[in-house]
Ligand binder design. Structure first.
Ligand code: XBP
Ligand code: MG
Length: 239
């Protein structure tokens, strides 16, 4: 097996707790500003997470609440622009927090000589400032939903990371939180570990090598430590 040289992180639900108190709140604010009666409670939003991509999620909702497909897509795109601006505001106010253990895991992996990258379905306009503010310049390659034609569970975002970095799939491990994310990573040929959260605890994550309770789960840390040892044994780094 080739040496592990990189870890590719998902963002929503993996690096940050962004869905329930971040995106959901921004979607509801966009509905309210537009004078629409629609609101997504915590449980409804959990079900809607099966549809990746905020604009697609909105279009799906509108189609299922009586609008035509064309009307739904137009309205979804308009609302999603506003929702993205509201999410950027939440990011700049520091309201989107890293998941417990995220900062520590990142430091551990970097200290072990691994490169870090990002593969997310989220929109670049909020992803880029979030990563910069919360984690600093630790990610070499960041591919978002803005750059790929098909969103997770399609593997396009992982293919794009591999293409841009020149990595082979077996040189990288993906960290995901959801069934759609695990499917995307595994379809692209990457090993995947899942750090589930309250929304994804019921997902089928069985295609992952390991299903952990979070980024601070000792099992996940031990799993990475074994790879880090293998990494340094198979190719000692100078110094
Ligand atoms: C995340 C998503 C995104 C976010 C909302 O999935 O599906 O749509 O929920 O962000 P993953 P946008 O964690 O699997 O990448 O509104 O910017 O799409
Ligand atoms: Mg996710």
């Amino acid at each position: 097996m080739r040496r592990l040289s990189a870890v590719v992180f998902d963002v929503d639900g993996t690096l940050v707790d962004s869905e329930r108190d971040g995106h959901r709140v921004a979607f509801n604010a966009a509905f309210a500003e537009a004078g629409l009666p629609d609101r997504w409670d915590v449980e409804t939003y959990g079900r809607l997470l099966a549809i990746t991509g905020g604009a697609h999620r909105l279009a799906h909702w509108f189609e299922n609440t009586g609008r035509t497909p064309a009307e739904s897509w137009d309205l979804a795109q308009r609302l999603h622009r506003r929702k993205t601006a509201l999410m950027r505001d939440m990011v700049s106010e520091g309201r989107i927090r890293p998941r417990p253990g995220a900062l520590e895991l990142i430091e551990r992996l970097r200290a072990g000589g691994l490169r870090l990258h990002v593969a997310t379905t989220g929109t670049r306009a909020w992803v880029a400032p979030l990563l910069a503010h919360t984690f600093g310049a630790v990610f070499d390659t960041i591919v978002t939903g803005t750059e790929v034609p098909q969103l997770k569970p399609h593997p396009a975002v992982y293919h794009e990371v591999l293409e841009r970095t020149g990595l082979l799939p077996e040189q990288a491990v993906a960290v995901e939180d959801s069934a759609n994310g695990v499917r995307a990573a595994v379809s692209a040929g990457l090993r995947c570990v899942a750090a589930q959260n309250s929304y994804t605890r019921t997902h089928d994550l069985s295609a992952a090598h390991l299903v952990a309770d979070g980024l601070d789960d000792p099992e996940l840390i031990t799993w990475f430590d074994q790879y880090l040892r293998k990494t340094s044994r198979s190719a000692p780094r100078p110094g």
